[in-house]
Design a protein around this ligand. Sequence first.
Ligand code: BES
Ligand code: MN
Ligand code: MN
Length: 467
Amino acid sequence: MSEKKESINNYIASNKQRFLNELMELLKIPSISADSNYNNETLRTAQEVEKRFIEAGAEHVEICPTAGHPIVYADKIIDTNLPTVLVYGHYDVQPPDPINLWTSPPFEPIIKKTEIHPEGAIFARGACDDKGQMFMHIKAFEVMMKTNSLTCNVKFMIEGEEEIGSKNLETYVKQNKEKLKADVILISDTGIIANQIPSITVGLRGLSYMEVEVTGPNRDLHSGLYGGAVGNPINILCEMITKLKDDKNSITIPGFYDKVEIISTEERAEMAKAPFNLDDYKKSIGLTDIDGEAGYTTNERNSIRPTLDVNGIWGGYTGEGAKTVLPSKAYAKISMRLVPHQDSEEISTLFTTYFKSIAPPSVTVKVTAHHGGTPYVTPTDFSGYVAAKNAMEETFGKTPIPVRSGGSIPIVALFEQELGLKSVLMGFGLDSDSIHSPNEHYGVFNYFKGIETIPLFFEHFSKLSNE
Ligand code: BES
Ligand code: MN
Ligand code: MN
């Protein structure tokens, strides 16, 4: 081991407990961006992040106000002739509900051992997505500062609105192009295949998120007096939803697949080499069988193929007991995950036109679009990817596998468009970490693997930029 690596590892080892404690402190603050009741806590989280940057030795640290939750910016410029890494992450979290399904309170972090995490995992909302992964970067930065091993410039941009669509970050990026000038963007907000099977995310899906409202009669009706003679908006909504897919689970919206990137047989064969066990997969989510678009494997269905899913549906009576009512309205939230080269706005329009066209004359339909996002793919032959690959190879002892993920980080495509920068998606979470679900957790192993790997990314990226 080089002297430098040894001093980095020593520093991490002697500060291990503090690194864990500081993350636990951060996880105690409920920075739920979607819920304005938590605006104070969200701001307090930004302030805590700011404080940690200052302690770690960042130079310019500021809380940048936006029309929504603030962005924390920090940097350390050691030499303007050297390359610059821009780190992006988010300090906001998803709402914790359904709260009764948590085995310990979501904002009282606690370390528990699990089958997959024998060294223990931190259970809390945001532990993996993304406070835990974002905080690895602050700690890795501290390590590099304290061991004199930072070899290039670094800028940090940590936002508080990723989980609600990053609208204000979009404005911030457009207005601060000079300030955000860099050579590459580094993000840890994705995952690896398994703790023994490192991987790097090379694709993110885009998103079109719709809300529909189906209206029948002008008021809720007695289902005995009117039932059978009046169209029921909930029944009709369900029928309309059913029409959005055919019996092969193919989406029926005209034009939906027109621009979908066709992946060659060779490329699909290459992707199929990533280790995957269908039985384990089913077992991990408590299923006896899977379901999806005909002609594609599970890993293809959740990465290179677009989807349409109902995320929520409501209307009528859902309280205790029974109420015989024929509701006036029914609602659903429907999202579509997009792949290259589908366009979010275009897909939203196609959806709206088709959804209205399949409504029977007994109801009226209103469709609104929520936030969207453009799909993103990274090449594996640019210096950022190679640096991440080399770094992970050193810390995992294995070459990471490039994989396309099914998730979305909509701002990544905008970074490329506005800043001309590619993003390296070097995440350390596991699919089983229950992000967005009750009992979200993040492995202690994964947290420290990240802190160890990030300084090596910087080292390799500097070296590659010098060549
Ligand atoms: N970190 C996730 C996205 C993710 C997780 C990508 C794991 C790949 C692997 C991010 O915070 C997220 O949840 N994104 C949302 C989109 C956003 C617009 C709400 C998503 O994918 O649903
Ligand atoms: Mn995230
Ligand atoms: Mn998320």
